[in-house]
Ligand binder design. Structure first.
Ligand SMILES: [Zn+2]
Length: 281
């Protein structure tokens, strides 16, 4: 499942290609999707940005209020933009051999004046919704990279949390955008064991966690996120952060920091957690 850096990458790539385009019509092919989205027809793309793990298409209607189309990709959602210059999957990678728009996984098709956007989703857990107000789709958790988010805030949140530190970082109602991959990476960078409970964390450790959270996510964005073949087809690979992962998916490999211990894998809440038993305490 894409986490914050992958969704940020999708939004930036689409913004570059689609900004200014006018939405001519929408074809909804999946009955699971609401036809409310048709209300965005006629709008012009003002900008495309990320909010939590959602891709937001802000559409302008002249003097009338803007409207928003919001996509949550979840497990297998994928956006493909195609125009005269070619076809691009949601990570900005050109799909050289094209794609099959007749496939059953196509859930919606948005036709613009200068191209088309396809929403594919094999498992159909993704969503495409229409909103008139930003507050209707704003995530409950805080944006970890926003200027308003401080160490103090993280400190206060961790004080109140009654759970393991890894589970805390994956809670979308607290901090948005961190999933299983980046949670392991953040704990490693901060030197904090995933077995720790939030209430045992010391001030200095919380400061390290705060710095690690921001650093890991912004580095991943700089590398266009992490892409694994199990969530995107081979033509869609363009992120490169998977080559920089320090612990995730590195079971039994040597730790890159201490160069002695082997990375261990444990299962927490049915998900794999990777860590270095020497570097993380
Ligand atoms: Zn180590």
């Amino acid at each position: 499942m894409p986490e914050l850096p992958e969704v940020e990458t999708v939004a930036r790539q689409l913004d570059r290609r689609m900004r200014g385009a006018r939405l001519r019509d929408i074809t909804v092919l999946d009955r699971k999707l609401s036809t409310d989205v048709l209300e965005a027809t006629g709008g012009r793309i003002v900008r495309i940005y990320r909010s939590g793990k959602q891709v937001v298409f802000e559409l302008g209607f002249g003097r009338a209020a803007p409207r928003f189309l919001v996509v949550h990709l979840r497990m297998t959602g994928r956006l493909v933009w195609t125009d005269q210059k070619g076809s691009y999957d949601s990570e900005g990678m050109m799909t050289n051999d094209g794609f099959d728009a007749s496939t059953k996984s196509l859930r919606a098709k948005l036709r613009f004046d200068r191209g088309e956007l396809f929403f594919f989703d094999t498992r159909r857990f993704g969503t495409l919704t229409h909103h008139s107000n930003v507050s209707d789709f704003a995530p409950r958790g805080v944006e970890p990279l926003s200027a308003d988010f401080t160490t103090e805030q993280l400190h206060a949140m961790l004080r109140r949390a009654k759970q393991g530190v890894k589970a805390f970082f994956m809670r979308q109602d607290r901090i948005v955008g961190v999933g299983n991959i980046y949670a392991s990476e953040i704990l490693f960078r901060a030197g904090v064991s995933p077995k720790r409970s939030c209430h045992t964390l010391k001030r200095a450790e919380i400061e390290k966690l705060y710095a690690a959270l921001r650093k890991v996510l912004s580095d991943a964005i700089a590398h266009s996120g992490t892409t694994f073949s199990d969530y995107r087809d081979s033509h869609g690979k363009s992120g490169s952060y998977q080559f920089r992962l320090a612990v995730y998916d590195r079971q039994d490999e040597t730790c890159r920091k201490c160069r002695q211990a082997k990375i261990r894998r444990i299962v927490q809440q049915q998900r794999s957690t990777y860590f270095c038993p020497t570097c993380q305490r």
